[in-house]
Design a protein around this ligand. Structure first.
Ligand code: HEM
Length: 141
């Protein structure tokens, strides 16, 4: 029973985390359309900071803690599907850290990537989430 509550919590926070991972690069695209130093620029810096602080960092932590508890409970470390899931979760986690860094660069006035490139990066969480869900539900190996 406790296992199912942990799993429900895990999936709820996965949803919050993924929502942030999809939204933040979109924010970056709109942010970069605002002129440097404008009031609109400052509003985007604030929105990005709040999204990371209130949603994305706490969700990342809870997803990891509950996910590891579930993994220990069912002995997932010995199972093939879990290895591939973990690899893709690490990709998502690295992407999260990269987004946090890009938000800081934007806040200090550095705009490294074009809107087109930022839109392309948005494919990463979609592909990773698809692989992860197939691994946890189908468990093909
Ligand atoms: C952060 C590290 C993570 C760990 C250690 C982890 C680990 C686990 C484990 C052990 C389970 C239980 C599987 C079972 O009962 O058969 C689980 C369930 C699940 N995980 Fe994760 N997970 C992590 C992140 C994620 C992410 C990022 C996603 C989605 C993008 C995700 C989606 C799911 C889903 C949908 C389930 C429920 C599957 C079911 O119906 O049983 N997890 N996770």
């Amino acid at each position: 029973m406790l296992y199912l509550w942990l799993k429900a919590g895990h999936v709820i926070f996965v949803i919050f985390w993924m929502a942030g991972l999809f939204m933040l690069p979109r924010f970056f695209v709109y942010h970069q359309e605002a002129p440097e130093g404008s009031p609109e620029n400052a509003v985007w810096v604030d929105r990005e900071r709040k999204l990371m602080k209130i949603i994305m960092w706490p969700a990342l932590l809870v997803v990891w803690v509950l996910g590891l508890l579930l993994a220990v409970d069912i002995g997932a470390f010995q199972q093939g599907w879990f290895h591939l899931k973990l690899a893709f979760v690490l990709v998502l986690t690295a992407y999260h850290f990269w987004l946090a860094n890009y938000a800081q660069l934007l806040a200090s006035g550095v705009r490294k990537l074009s809107g087109k490139k930022l839109r392309m990066l948005n494919e990463i969480p979609g592909i990773a989430a698809a692989v992860i869900v197939i691994m946890v539900i189908v468990k093909p190996f």
